[in-house]
Design a protein around this ligand. Sequence first.
Ligand SMILES: [Zn+2]
Length: 268
Amino acid sequence: MEYIEPHIHMVSRVTDDYRRLARAGCLAVSEPAFWAGFDRTSADSFRDYFRHLTEFEPKRAAQYGIRHFSWLCINAKEAEHVSLAREVIALIPEFLDRPNVLGIGEIGLNKNTPNECQVFLEQVDLAVRRQELILVHTPHLEDKYAGTRMIVDMLRGDSRVVPERVLIDHVEEHTIRYALEAGFWCAMTLYPVTKCTPQRAADMVERYGPERLLVNSAGDWGPSDPMAVPDFILEMRRRGHDTSVIRRIVYDNPLRFFSQSRRWPGLS
Ligand SMILES: [Zn+2]
């Protein structure tokens, strides 16, 4: 089945993974900016990273007929260093009009600290001033429930934020409802160990329906699997779900969300 991978960090994957994605039916990937596995020491490192996301990866993906889209930001982990974060935020506009950029992300919280909240709000402000879509990272494990509520409440506290233009990522059983009911798009991350398995994601689709729901592999250099979305498709088929429902989650929904970007070029 043709599908879109809405969250994967190809910067940390080998070229063979593009081939595997293409063979599995992947037509497009979207790559949010995130942590590099180490804290960067200057804004120039981010400038080079943004060039990587907007120049190098689209070319690597195109060799396999895959469209590559990206999101720009300073991630929550490095947001603790507020002065560096502000330098990075100041350089983002240079890159916003590049053709494969869909918006600001993945911004969010990591340890739910005041500094992270401040940098999150400053990036939400940049996004709404520039009419950009927003992709939100929610914290891991023990910080997820409180952090997701804090994020949703901050977004609802800014009357300029349109919920249909925001995707809350890495939702799980205990956070999905709060984000969905506030009108945001939600994505479930399919990880081999933490976050969701394909089975748990299928359970949530059965409980909440396919409206405004996406799935992704969030593949990076940690334990993760770029083939997780095809595994979800197989699980949904095994349970007897209609092809149109599966297609809605893995293709139509990401397409609908992304196509709100003012630079969306279409997939053809
Ligand atoms: Zn990510």
